[in-house]
Design a protein around this ligand. Structure first.
Ligand SMILES: [Zn+2]
Ligand SMILES: [Zn+2]
Length: 541
């Protein structure tokens, strides 16, 4: 299939953004501008036959991008991209996120070792060739190997990246075609790794959507597969499947596109429905949350929902170095979410980038005591750091002025299993610790989980009825679902937390709940779904 000029240019601009970001140590404003311009190209003629005046009147396209368009029109390529491609690996977006990676090292990987992909780097580590990298030791290489092995296969993208791309594409299509686009598939079911982005485009103008997707600069490729299904790839190489449905069948199409297949096929046999709820009703069932669709029906009907949540037990205010909310903003948001209680958990001072010490916590206690008047009970806690030996970084006298704390590992991620397990068990024995924050410390595709004897940690948590946090950041989802299931079987309780640092992140609790839904955990096992009095009884156990 012939690629239109606009799309071919978009592919180069996307790569230019990737490699510019790889080449710059700090956040690259140039890379951001290139990326934004790719999303703007759909305003232009597919052959890029536009004059400068029209170009500069297009949102997202300034003189720099206009110059690149004119270079591309006359040369068919971009000189700056050619130079960067010779100096940086093709898979720089992934490789640059490895710990201790720098632009200099990335470039050495390409120029000295010929590394383009993560497989290339893995084999350079295996053969020992990577030891020639300047300033990189065995421990770092070993960590890189472990991180590169986290993805289940080259076609998989981590949940957070897949979500961001899905959302960007859905918004793009909605804005250009004025129709509804719903994210489906593994992203909607909140799988940790996603092999294809799936979208359902709801419209009566099916041909118009097909034409738009076939030509859009936002995608590297998109062709009609069968019926009203379009299949293609993003500029990052990820598979995209878009089902285009009239509103009258949208519920049925969405169930099919969300999967998993065994669940979908049982509902689809019933015919065409406008909404998912209609389809389930015809099947004699209430609507089933997408993450629970892999469960037997009776188990799926009992899972915790976001509406069950009565509070959030892991929230940072602007008192944390990375926090962006005032207490007032937070309380207003908590009330509008219908929360009955809230635990403020700013970072404490043992953290590498700083946090509250005893004096600051005491001052915060005074400040918060004046705020406890609303319909939502404001509790004062902290996210304390667990040191390498399992001790907390805040003294007991200071802890005694707090309601209770969540404790988390923020350092010494690579201790051996015996030490790491002993460390967590010790921290769980502190009476003020009621929640173990992000228990495995993992970030999907970015940081491996800490090595612990999980059943031993579960036993300690159950003994003191400490809740395992399910952290709702899409790149954490920690506790992971496989371990939620093990902990639930052993009688553990959970806290579905946002770990919000800004207002928009309060909705992370939806992801935490989705993780619990995937393995069929009910509201009775979720401490922040307990009514206030029961919650307080648990907290002060
Ligand atoms: Zn933390
Ligand atoms: Zn936190």
């Amino acid at each position: 299939m012939e690629v239109n000029r606009r799309r071919a240019f978009a592919a180069q601009l996307w790569r230019l953004a990737d490699l510019t970001r790889a080449a710059e140590r700090r956040r690259s404003f140039r890379a951001k501008a290139y990326r934004r311009a790719v999303w703007s190209l759909d305003h232009l003629d597919p052959d890029l036959e536009v004059d400068d005046e029209e170009l500069l009147a297009t949102p997202g396209i300034g003189p720099g991008i206009a110059a690149l368009i004119s270079e591309y029109r006359s040369q068919g390529r971009l000189l700056r991209l050619d130079l960067l491609e010779a100096s940086f690996p093709t898979e720089s977006p992934r490789l640059r996120r490895l710990p201790r990676m720098s632009p200099k090292l990335l470039s050495q990987l390409k120029v000295s070792l010929g590394v383009d992909t993560s497989e290339d780097l893995a084999s350079a580590i295996d053969t020992g060739a990577a030891l020639s990298l300047h300033g990189v030791g065995d421990a770092t290489l070993e960590l890189w190997s472990r991180i590169l092995a986290l993805a289940p296969g080259p076609e998989y993208v981590a949940a957070n990246d897949a979500w961001e791309m899905s959302r960007a594409l859905a918004t793009h299509i909605e804005e250009h075609l004025n129709c509804q686009v719903v994210i489906a598939g593994a992203v909607r079911r909140l799988e940790e790794w996603v092999d294809a982005i799936k979208l359902v485009v709801v419209t009566d103008k099916i041909e118009r959507v097909e034409f738009f997707l076939a030509e859009s600069a936002a995608l590297a490729e998109m062709v009609r597969a069968d019926g009203s299904r379009m299949v293609g790839r993003t500029h990052d190489g990820q598979r995209v499947v878009a089902d285009i449905s009239p509103p009258s069948r949208a519920g049925t199409v969405l169930i099919a596109a969300t999967g998993p297949p065994a669940h979908a096929s049982s509902v689809l046999a019933l015919g065409s429905f406008a909404t998912e709820a209609d389809a389930y009703r015809a099947d004699g069932s209430p609507w089933i949350a997408p993450p629970a669709r892999g469960l037997p029906r009776d188990a799926a009907a009992r899972v915790v929902t976001v509406d069950d949540l009565e509070g959030d037990l892991h929230i940072h205010t602007e008192a944390s170095p990375d926090g962006r909310m005032t207490v007032g903003q937070l309380m207003a948001a908590a009330e509008s979410r219908g929360y009955r209680y809230l635990l403020i958990t700013d970072h404490t001072h043992g953290l590498r980038f700083g946090g509250l010490g005893p004096e600051a916590l005491a001052a915060q206690a005074v400040e918060l005591s004046g705020t406890r008047t609303s319909s939502c009970l404001l509790l004062h806690g902290a996210e304390v750091n667990i040191d390498a030996g399992g001790l907390l970084d805040i003294d007991d006298d200071t802890i005694s002025i707090l309601d209770f704390v969540v404790a988390g590992v923020h350092s010494h991620f690579s201790l051996g299993q015996v030490e790491q397990t002993r460390r967590l068990v010790k921290a769980l024995s502190h009476p003020a610790v009621r929640v173990l924050a992000h228990p495995l410390g993992r970030r999907i595709g970015i940081r491996p989980p800490i090595d612990i004897d999980f059943p031993a940690v579960v036993e300690a948590a159950v003994a003191s009825s400490v809740a395992f946090e399910v952290n709702g950041h899409r790149d954490r989802l920690d506790l992971p679902v496989t371990w939620i299931e093990v902990a639930a079987d052993a009688g553990a309780v959970f806290a579905a937390n946002s770990d919000a640092h800004r207002l928009s992140e309060l909705s992370n609790v939806e992801n935490a709940v989705a993780s619990l839904q995937r393995v069929g955990v009910g509201p009775e096992r979720v401490v922040n779904a307990l009514p206030l009095q029961e919650f307080l009884a648990w907290a002060h156990k």
